[in-house]
Design a protein around this ligand. Sequence first.
Ligand code: ADP
Ligand code: MG
Length: 618
Amino acid sequence: MTQTEKFEFQAEVGKVLDIVVGSLYSHSEIFLRELISNASDAADKLRYSALTHPGLTEGHGPFEIILTPDKKEKTLSIKDNGIGMNKQDLIENLGTIAKSGSAEFAAHLTGDNKKDVGLIGQFGVGFYSAFMVAESVEVYSRKAGDEQGWLWKSNGSGSFEISEADNLPVGTNIVLHLKKNFEEFLEPMRLRFIVKQYSDHISIPIILQNGDEKETLNSSSALWARPKSDVTEEQYRDFYRALTHNFDEPWLTLHYSAEGIIEYKALLFIPQKAPFDMFQPDKKRGLNLYVNRVFISNEVEELLPHYLRFVQGVIDTNELPLNVSREMLQHTPVLAKIKKGIVTRLLEAISKKTKDASDYKKFWQDFGIVFKEGLYEDHENIKKIAPLCRFYSSKVEGLTTLEEYISRMVKGQENIYFITGDDLNVLKNNPSLEGFTAKGIEVLLLTDPIDEFWPQVFNEWDGKKILPITHPEKDFSNIQDVEQNTSDSLEEGMQTLLIERVKQILSGHINDVQMTDRLNKSPVALKAGVGQMSIHLERLMKQHGQQQAFASQRILELNPKHALIKKLGKAVFDKVDDDKINDAIWILYDEARAIEGEPLQDPAGFMAKVNAFMENGL
Ligand code: ADP
Ligand code: MG
């Protein structure tokens, strides 16, 4: 006769059990998720131990978890062939609170039964959740490498018993004697559903044993939990397709297992194409989070920075309790640490992909517009982000990097210059570029809305300021034109008179009039004042109805070397026909607006004035 020993539960366990046993928690099915998760852990542990002690799995079949409902006995058993537990393990693991789920739960107990029952859902409470549905629980277990097996038994009130059990296979079999109202957990239908919902990704088969019939309930597609060398390209692709609902190949697949400060497994993808709803502000994005292969939540936004929101995939960690609440996810430092790791790995992986320029261009065309947000969002990683950004420029066909831009800077150039606008081709012909082109200074042509914002924060790179061409610094004036425009400027006295006149005519429409050397072929251009919103941004905001009309703070620039401006200056000086001068000023102003992509103030009036001049000229 084997002897039975009786043990008291640790006080904290007692508290947890009191709540669990008496709970009327509406999602009591989570007990199965918890027990399956433990079984899966046990398989992992044996697999791991066998790496150093191959004898442990000698003659051992494939890992599996078998669920057996017995309607006659009213029992449900959950059996695994994992690591198993010896007597000491049983006392420690199923008599005290070791860690994670249950410990967190115990720490949060309020003493108010109603509130504490609510916490069950949040924390899972591990093995002890079995007592939500079972009036008594038997655990048969034999540890790998041991001959002797053990039986642990309890009804969840204060104490448990342990006795020897002979002829057990390696692993653990948990037999739940179900409470009266929980016979639903004997129904194959119900079990199928619960496993699909909570444990589909458990990497070993979960088998329903119904009489002689065996049925695998999960799709055990936890690819991320496998070593990289065990996964084929096709498997990655199929997983990617199932995950993203795409039909193509992933542009980037990143699979790794992080160890050290924080442990997690990641399987991440960047698709070939941006999703149609990439800019829908209310669309939730994020990664799927698993704790020990148990699905916790999808679209966990805390795992990715905003500028990498097009990344999809799975993160699996055991640094969180099962069934952590949404609220906890928002605050736990665990996710913040994982996020940091993900960003580093992703930026490295994306960087590797730049080697194939035409392949990288595909990525950039679809996701660059989002990725660039990183220039103002992620200061910490700016050194990695900036070299991954690509820009159109006035000097080269196709996309360029900041490094390439810098290598092309002309003698005397100290800053990086850019211009913003709606359309690449329109920008290329913007008169404001003329002065830069004449001096051989390259200008980045920025056409995405986000380009209005990042230069406000990311305004220096490699010791060079990143500046809008509307406000060039000294280096601009110091650099000589490649081909000198030898024509004289309008005389200074006349310049002053002309400026006075233009200010008077356009008063209320512009803030200032200035002579400029930024222009070459064109007579006039408009720009925003220092510290003012750029004209492009002002228009974007209007389009989005965000701003009524701005009191216009624009500056009209005149090119003193342009023949038309010289003639106009002289005409003002000579006090020739006032109406003609005024009309000419209005036409030039409208021209400057049109070039910026602004509508004409008064199209009919503009035409009439132009027509009158043409008639005269012909
Ligand atoms: P947690 O899984 O968070 O550690 P649980 O309450 O779920 O907490 O389980 C407590 C411990 O009991 C586990 O850490 C493990 O050591 C042990 N255990 C539970 N179920 C099994 C099992 N099927 N096989 C081996 N060990 C188990
Ligand atoms: Mg557990």
